[in-house]
Design a protein around this ligand. Structure first.
Ligand SMILES: Cc1ncc(COP(=O)(O)O)c(C=O)c1O
Length: 370
């Protein structure tokens, strides 16, 4: 029988994730699988937690990777905290804010949203207004890097407003972690989740999460059981913390090796150097696009370095350009979602993809296809 894996092409992943995987991460994936309670593996788990705390800038002890993609991280944060009837404020300016609001409402939360037009950031004043309108929110949730639009939200400023209330503060860092500074303790973020397939340059499959002591206290004070067995952090803590570890579910061992390796690679490069590399590649892309008369959708101060919303020029068929980039140049870029479908390409410069030679290759290919 033909093995289809022998035909998998080496595509330059310049979409909204997954990104190109570090070669050393591929190597880590093929290291011998250990048992999930093996002492050697527990050492790797503990080191991974420490490296995650470093890159998230937090002292939170309960900082660990959830088994599942970024959305599993999102579910973990909501399902452990929210009980039916809880008032939740979700800040929405794209697909992932919308998804958070959906996840919260499925748990019976009373969801209020502050919205901003897709392609623009959440306005801090609107958050202040919503928070001072009288409702005592249990949770306020924001997306740091909105991957559907390429917009950076002011999660630090929003954190200052939330800090003046009793609400817990949840930040989605799926696209930002590794490519932009993430400062959980400084922002006052109580809950955080990310994903491995963006600026960490690991295949999709893990969701690094962090719970503050306040978040863990809220979890302890629930009046009902967490309605999801797999994602119950009070049970997961028995596997991820303490001198004696207990089986919860069989951890995805080799994916944890891969995350560990990626965090080591980032620490060796230096986090600040990684952020600077993302920014430089973004600027190189913007300059190159300007030369061929192509514009970005998002205004300068709110542009993400790792996800560029590129306007499809008038008269150009979005899909056929994307298809030809893939078929003729082996480059993947993403399409626009929802109201932005057909209007933008999403060009990712995430993790190992964010290299000057990749930006040049993309610009050359785009110019040829256009
Ligand atoms: C900001 C953001 N949040 C959440 C998710 C969901 O992550 P996943 O697709 O890995 O489940 C994504 C995925 O693109 C994302 O970009």
């Amino acid at each position: 029988m033909e093995n289809l894996l022998s035909k998998v092409p080496d595509v330059l992943l310049m979409g909204p994730g997954p990104s190109c995987v570090y070669p050393e991460v591929y190597k880590a994936l093929s290291a011998p699988t250990l048992g999930h309670l093996d002492g050697e593996f527990i050492r790797i788990m503990d080191e991974t937690k420490g490296l995650l705390r470093d890159i998230m800038n937090t002292e939170n002890a309960m900082t660990f990777p959830v088994s599942g993609t970024g959305s599993a991280g999102m579910e973990t944060c909501f399902v452990n905290i929210i009980e039916p009837g809880d008032p939740v404020l979700v800040l929405v300016n794209g697909v992932f804010g919308t998804r958070m609001s959906d996840v919260a409402s499925r748990l019976g939360a009373k969801v209020t949203t502050v919205e901003a037009e897709w392609g623009t950031p959440i306005r801090v004043e609107e958050v202040r207004k919503a928070i001072s309108a009288g409702t005592s929110y249990k949770l306020v949730a924001a997306v740091h890097a909105e991957t559907s639009t390429g917009v950076l939200n002011p999660v630090d400023e929003i954190g200052k407003i939330v800090a003046g209330t009793d609400a817990l503060y949840l930040v989605d860092g799926v696209t930002s972690l590794g490519g932009l500074p993430v400062k959980l303790d400084e922002w006052g973020a109580d809950l955080f989740y990310s994903g491995t397939q963006k600026c960490l340059s690991v295949p999709p499959g893990l969701a690094p999460c962090s719970f503050s002591d306040r978040a863990l206290k809220a979890l302890k004070q629930r009046s009902s059981k967490v309605p999801n067995w797999y994602l119950d952090v009070s049970m997961l803590a028995n596997y991820w913390e303490g001198a004696k570890r207990a089986y919860h579910h069989t951890a995805p061992i080799n994916m944890i090796y891969a995350l560990y390796q990626s965090l080591l690679t980032l620490a060796e490069e230096g986090h600040e150097n990684s952020f600077a590399r993302h920014k430089q590649c973004h600027e190189q892309l913007v300059r190159g696009l300007e030369k061929i008369g192509v514009e970005l959708m998002v205004d300068e101060p709110a542009r993400l370095p790792m996800l560029n919303a590129v306007k499809v020029p008038d008269g150009v068929d979005e899909e056929s350009v994307r298809t030809r980039l893939r078929s003729e140049h082996n480059i993947e870029v993403g399409a626009g979602l929802g109201p932005l479908a057909g209007k933008i390409w999403r060009v990712g410069l995430m993790g190992h993809t964010a290299r000057p030679e990749n930006v040049d290759r993309f610009l050359d290919a785009l110019a040829k296809v256009l």
